[in-house]
Design a protein around this ligand. Structure first.
Ligand SMILES: [Zn+2]
Length: 83
């Protein structure tokens, strides 16, 4: 299954909370695995995961932008002007 595959890809690493609250819970969002501590609500991300998260946020932001600009409907054609 999808979840199992994702677990395998990340090497099934169980991260323990740095504050000593025990094992962190894995949350899978899109393609990103986030480890969360239920006690202190701390989060752990890999460097790869933060890149994905940033990319995802950028994608969602651009999608939201597209939605809002579609309402205004300003279409401008780029014409090849000679200087
Ligand atoms: Zn904790």
């Amino acid at each position: 299954m999808f979840w199992k595959k994702k677990m395998h890809e990340c090497g099934e690493i169980i991260i323990k909370c740095p504050y000593g609250h025990g094992e962190m819970r894995k949350i899978i969002k899109e393609d990103i695995i986030i480890d969360v501590c239920d006690t202190c609500k701390g989060m752990w991300l890999d460097d790869k995961e933060i890149d994905k998260l940033v990319a995802l946020a950028a994608r969602q932001a651009s999608l939201a932008k597209q939605k809002t600009t579609q309402k205004g409907g300003t279409h401008r054609k780029k014409t090849g002007k000679k200087l």
